[in-house]
Design a protein around this ligand. Structure first.
Ligand code: PEP
Ligand code: MG
Length: 613
């Protein structure tokens, strides 16, 4: 149904306004394909978290801190608006002309001397209310004033302006509260979540049985949100410029997570094609499922270990179905997400134990907490373990092992919980974000100390402690791999961060997504160097970054000497299919050819074939 401006559809109060002149016909947009599958469903706008905010009084002595929180939220909101505007350039001019003025209006409303920020500051200092309360009250007062002024002729315009004020208020509150989006409970079955951006913690709340798909303005191919969506098997396209302004709740949308195309209000032909594609995808899945019981060996009989990555326990059934022979990377961050307290040793031990038991004797590699970068973890902030405001550059800050070696209490609790779970089956412990030998030595001292303490406490631990390995995901670690191989028990190569840190390109950032290239020769050389260092020491080495999940790369990675890969469960059958068609000799020859190349584009074409027009 085409809607007209004269008959606006009824909308719940928390929806975002849509620019007046948006044409409601079919609209095709292109983004980054991050999770295969096709979704057809109504748009569900995942933007409002305001309803959960409680109006709150504060002490006079806290008003300075509240005003500072408000200012930080204003700065963040303005940055977001600038970013959205900068990305409109790729849209057709007519769309830019519709959306840009609206973003400008929002931006102006947040200018430091504008009425809204001034009013909010006054409320904080004079009526002693929290920043959120001040924003909610001030935006409502402003919106009511807009509605009360002027003639009846301009009622529609005034209603729109009032809604704009409320929308900017909602953005401020979202940034103030940093609350994950929790209203997925209201998501109609099969609906497609559309938003500006989605944090990994928000993605973790999605129920893959209910959500049809996800499409967002922001995000990159190998960011943690993308990884989470792939893990859940939810069709998704991220980094679609202008999407959240072009699609309104209730519109029909098609999301093709394989091609990266998103169609808002598809016409009958587009819908018919999309439905055919849904069926074709399901048939392909069924075909791949038959590979489950076949062994993962090359054509010439070399076994290749294929394990699964686990982001949240909800994936366990998928892992059981995909034929994985263990969990090569359990990202333990999920236990700390979407909660305000840190889980204690018993709670953690219980969770690890249930995963280990579910794997029925197959090994589970548990990575200790990798906080930092784009992963916001409320529990650590609420507990004061990490500051509220992130570092200037969180990816280069107190991330992974650095945080754990500073907060040794947190580290010890997690190690103790993992060691306790080791009595349920084979376990390995993995350290994230290592850059030097000293970190591994210190971590091992702590590990041994925790084990001694547990034994004194009467816990039954395996005689030989579970292996303690490290992620090779920084250029520093890759280039010191020979020295690190003397300290660690195994390597897990994290190509996502390795590409990010080597190329100085944020993996979750849409603006530089085209520069994020794990096939850049610099990244491949680091993978090769680290792999060879491990092989010389006869030490286990695997790849658990997203490269491992791409069957087109399997030939080259095996050619570099790798025999173990860990990936999202849904990718595993395709990789197994690739493995079974390869011979070691061909892989080795192919990798040699690739490693002689210095041009990223040539490498890409050699491995993936010519770019699509
Ligand atoms: C990686 O960096 O490649 C990796 C596997 O770790 P994460 O994606 O969790 O940062
Ligand atoms: Mg990493």
């Amino acid at each position: 149904m085409n809607r007209t401006e004269d008959t606006p559809p009824p909308r719940p109060p928390a929806e975002r306004p849509v620019p007046k002149a948006v044409i409601r016909g079919e609209r095709r947009l292109l983004g980054i394909a991050v999770s295969a599958g096709i979704a057809i469903g109504p748009v569900f706008g995942a933007v409002e978290a305001v309803a959960e905010v409680e109006r709150r009084k504060i002490q006079a002595s806290d008003s300075g801190a509240e005003a500072a929180r408000l200012d930080a939220a204003i700065t963040q909101s303005r940055k977001q608006l600038q970013k959205l505007k900068a990305r409109l350039g790729v849209l057709p001019e007519s769309s830019q002309a519709e959306i840009a003025p609206l973003l400008d209006a929002y931006y102006q409303m947040l200018a430091p001397a504008a009425r809204l920020p001034r009013g909010c500051r006054r409320r904080i200092s004079e009526t002693l209310v929290s920043a959120e309360t001040a924003v909610l009250d001030e935006t409502e007062t402003l919106a009511e004033a807009i509605m009360a002024a002027g003639s009846d002729d301009d009622r529609a315009g005034r209603r729109r302006r009032a809604e704009e004020v409320r929308e900017i208020g909602r953005r401020l509150v979202r940034n103030l509260t940093r609350t994950p989006f929790r209203s997925f409970a209201a998501l109609p079955a099969g609906a497609v979540v559309v938003s500006e951006g989605l944090r990994p913690a928000d993605a973790a709340l999605l129920d893959p049985a209910r959500v049809g798909g996800v499409a967002t303005d922001e995000g990159g191919a190998d960011g943690h949100t993308a990884i989470m969506l792939r893990a859940l098997g939810v069709p998704a396209v991220l980094g679609v410029p202008g999407l959240s302004q072009a699609a309104r709740p209730g519109d029909t949308i098609v999301v093709d997570g394989g091609s990266g195309e998103v169609v808002v209000n598809p016409g009958p032909n587009t819908l018919a094609t999309a439905r055919r594609n849904v069926l074709a995808f399901a048939r392909e899945r069924q075909k791949l499922a038959r590979l489950r019981r076949l062994p993962s060996v090359t054509e010439d009989g070399c076994p290749i270990e294929l394990q699964a990555n686990l982001e949240i326990p909800a994936e366990l059934p998928l892992i059981a179905q995909c034929g994985a022979t263990g969990i090569g990377l359990l990202r333990s961050e999920f236990m700390f997400m979407n909660r305000e307290t840190i889980p204690d040793e018993d709670a953690q031990a219980e969770t690890y134990r249930s995963v280990v038991e579910a794997m029925h004797g197959d090994p589970v590699t548990i990575r200790v907490l990798d906080w930092g970068g784009e992963k916001d973890i409320e529990a650590l902030q609420s507990a004061g373990v990490v500051p509220e405001a992130a570092d200037t550059n969180p990816a280069l800050g107190l991330r992974g092992i650095r945080l754990l070696l500073r907060e040794t209490g947190l580290f010890e609790v997690q190690l103790a919980a993992i060691l306790r779970a080791a009595s349920a089956g084979p376990v390995r412990v993995l350290l994230p974000m290592v850059t030097n030998v000293a970190e591994v030595r210190t971590a091992r001292e702590i590990y041994d100390r925790v084990a001694r303490r547990l034994r004194r406490r009467g816990e039954r631990l395996p005689e030989a402690l579970p292996p303690l390995g490290i992620m090779i995901e920084t250029p520093g670690a890759a280039l010191s791999a020979d020295a690190l191989a003397l300290e660690a028990d195994f390597f897990a190569i994290g190509t996502n961060d390795l590409a990010m840190y080597t190329l100085a390109v944020d993996r979750g950032e849409t603006e530089v997504a085209s520069l994020y290239d794990p096939l850049h020769p610099a990244v491949l050389r680091l993978v090769q160097f680290a792999t060879e260092a491990a092989l010389r020491m006869r030490m286990p080495v695997s790849v658990c970054g997203e490269m491992a999940a791409n069957p087109a790369l399997t030939r080259m990675l095996i050619g570099l000497g790798l025999r173990s890969f860990s990936m999202n469960a849904s990718a595993l059958p395709r990789v197994k299919q690739a493995v079974r068609g390869l011979t070691i000799e061909d892989c080795t020859r192919f990798a040699r050819r690739v490693m002689d190349m210095s041009d990223a584009a040539e490498i890409r074409e050699t491995i993936l074939g010519p770019p699509k027009a």
